[in-house]
Every structure is written in structure tokens, then in C-alpha cells.
Design a protein around this ligand. Structure first.
Ligand SMILES: NC(=O)c1ccc[n+]([C@@H]2O[C@H](COP(=O)([O-])OP(=O)(O)OC[C@H]3O[C@@H](n4cnc5c(N)ncnc54)[C@H](OP(=O)(O)O)[C@@H]3O)[C@@H](O)[C@H]2O)c1
Length: 260
């Protein structure tokens, strides 16, 4: 068995997850790449081999399904090839009046953003705590810091990720196993296209690149932080949301989402 560490990244076919895979390969990790688009994952695996000498397993799985989640859980439980870092990054958002949105898609959003993330965290942490080594990064959003009208389900799933990850971080404090929640703000990826949100409504200075988000995240992870909010504006926005009266915050969040 190679002494290179293995990182498993969900949602590695695009955006922040793809950049996590590149940055982790650059740091000397081998990868398990998870998403639905197998062709995209294979192209990335070739790039990581050529550019960084990293070996990648391609695990095409739909994490909105029980079968897809179970196959990734099985990989995380394989003690012969232990996974040292799990990045729970795959998620999507929906946009619109909740009472008009197709309910099956809202349920799929909860299944991916919450249920898959929770199940994969459990599957990873069992063996990690036994080895007293490893860690999990759960990708949330600054959208999880306040109820967000027109993205009600999405912001609620991210509020779950924030609360859950912070609590588990504390449970692990007497171990060497890390748990960090990453809460990015507006980031240039395919996220907005899938959520059918107009990107043009928000000013350029609010946006970060996936590379900026991932580099900040990995520095915070190295330091054992519980929470990473990349970018000064996003940090201030999260603090503002946490301290404002709930009614005012709801109205402000609704105005911002409507601008998109
Ligand atoms: N972009 C932003 O402004 C922003 C802001 C805050 C937080 N975030 C968070 O950042 C994370 C990454 O999003 P992104 O911005 O990089 O978006 P993205 O470019 O749309 O990437 C999403 C990734 O998730 C994967 N995915 C989607 N549905 C899946 C499923 N059913 N099963 C398995 N994989 C699935 C996609 O791959 P396939 O389609 O190939 O399955 C893709 O690789 C998410 O947790 C998102 O909530 C993004």
C-alpha cells in the first residue's frame, strides 16, 4: 500500500469540488473522485495524474439515491485503503416561491445536501476515530446563516450543515480527527446555472474564485479550525446575520435574493 494519503471529494466534476481535487493532488494526496458525470471525473483523473502524479479512483454515484450513497459509504469503510480526508461538497440549490416549486426536487435537495452529507460523515468518522487520524470538511454556505426567502430549502439545508458540523467538531475535541465547516459566499461555478439564479445581479467585488475559496479552506483545515468563512465581506455578512433581529434579517435576505 502506498504511503500517500487519500482524499475523497464529492462533487469533484465541477466548481469548488474540482478545485479541492486539484489542490489536494498538488499537496501529494491521491483522490477518490465522486459525482454523477463519469466522463468529467475521468478527464480530471487524467489531469491530476499528468500535472501532479496523483492516482485517482473514479466513483460515479448519484448521491440523491440510497444506492449512490451506499456505494460511497462502502468506499469510506474500506480499511485496506483508508480515506484520510472526506470533502462533502456536492450540493445544489433551488430558487423560487417554495409553494410553487416541484416537491420531488426539494426532497432531492434535502437528500443530497443533508442526508448524503450526514451519512458520508458517519461512514468516514467511524474508521477515522478508530485510527485517531483524518478529517472531514463539510461545505456549507453563508446562506446557512439566515433563512433565505426564495431559496428556503437551500438555506435550511445549509443551516443544518453549519449546526451539525459545529456540534460534531466539539465531540471530536479529544481526538486527532478534524471536522471543519466551510461556508463560502458567491463563487464563480456552475451552481447558479443549476439553481436558475441570475449571476448578473450581484456586484463583482462580492465574488470569489473556487481557487481562492479552496486555498483559504485548506489553510484553516490545517489549523484545526471549526469554521472557515473565506473572504472578509463574507465573514462580516455572516456576523451581521447572526446578530440582526430575525424579522429584519428575513427581509434583507429576501431583498438580496430577489436582486439575483
Ligand atoms: N457557487 C457558490 O456561489 C456557492 C456559495 C456557497 C456555497 N456553495 C457550495 O459549494 C458546494 C459546491 O458547489 P459549486 O458552487 O462548486 O457548484 P457546482 O459547480 O454546481 O458543483 C456541484 C457539484 O456537485 C455535484 N452533484 C450535484 N448533484 C449531485 C448528485 N446528485 N450526486 C453526486 N454529485 C452531485 C456536481 O456533479 P454532477 O453534476 O456531475 O453530479 C458538481 O460536481 C456546494 O455545497 C454549494 O452549496 C457554493
Amino acid at each position: 500500500m502506498s504511503d500517500r494519503r487519500i482524499a475523497l471529494v464529492t462533487g469533484a466534476s465541477s466548481g469548488i469540488g474540482e478545485e479541492f481535487a486539484r489542490a489536494l493532488a498538488d499537496r501529494g494526496n491521491d483522490l477518490v473522485l465522486v459525482a454523477r458525470n463519469e466522463e468529467k471525473l475521468r478527464e480530471l483523473a487524467t489531469e491530476l495524474q499528468t500535472q501532479h502524479g496523483a492516482t485517482s479512483e473514479v466513483l460515479a454515484a448519484d448521491l440523491e439515491t440510497d444506492d449512490g450513497i451506499a456505494r460511497v459509504e462502502a468506499r469510506l469503510g474500506d480499511e485496506a485503503e483508508p480515506v484520510d480526508l472526506l470533502v462533502n461538497n456536492a450540493a445544489f440549490g433551488t430558487n423560487g416561491n417554495f409553494h410553487e416549486l416541484p416537491i420531488d426536487n426539494e426532497v432531492a435537495e434535502v437528500q443530497l445536501n443533508v442526508v448524503a452529507l450526514m451519512r458520508l460523515t458517519r461512514a468516514a468518522l467511524g474508521p477515522m476515530v478508530k485510527r485517531n487520524r483524518g478529517g472531514v470538511i463539510n461545505v456549507s454556505s453563508i446562506g446557512g446563516y439566515q433563512p433565505t426567502p426564495f431559496m428556503a430549502t437551500y438555506s435550511a439545508t445549509k443551516a443544518f450543515v453549519n449546526s451539525f458540523s459545529n456540534a460534531v467538531h466539539e465531540e471530536l475535541k479529544d481526538t486527532e480527527v478534524k471536522m471543519m465547516v466551510l461556508a463560502p459566499g458567491y463563487t464563480h461555478t456552475n451552481f447558479h446555472e443549476r439553481a436558475q439564479v441570475e449571476k448578473g445581479g450581484m456586484p463583482g467585488f462580492l465574488w470569489q474564485t473556487p481557487d481562492e475559496v479552496v486555498q483559504t479552506a485548506l489553510k484553516s483545515y490545517d489549523k484545526g479550525r471549526a469554521v472557515c468563512i473565506p473572504g472578509a465581506i463574507n465573514k462580516s455578512a455572516a456576523m451581521f446575520s447572526s446578530s440582526m433581529p430575525a424579522g429584519l434579517m428575513r427581509r434583507v435576505a429576501g431583498m438580496v435574493t430577489k436582486r439575483q
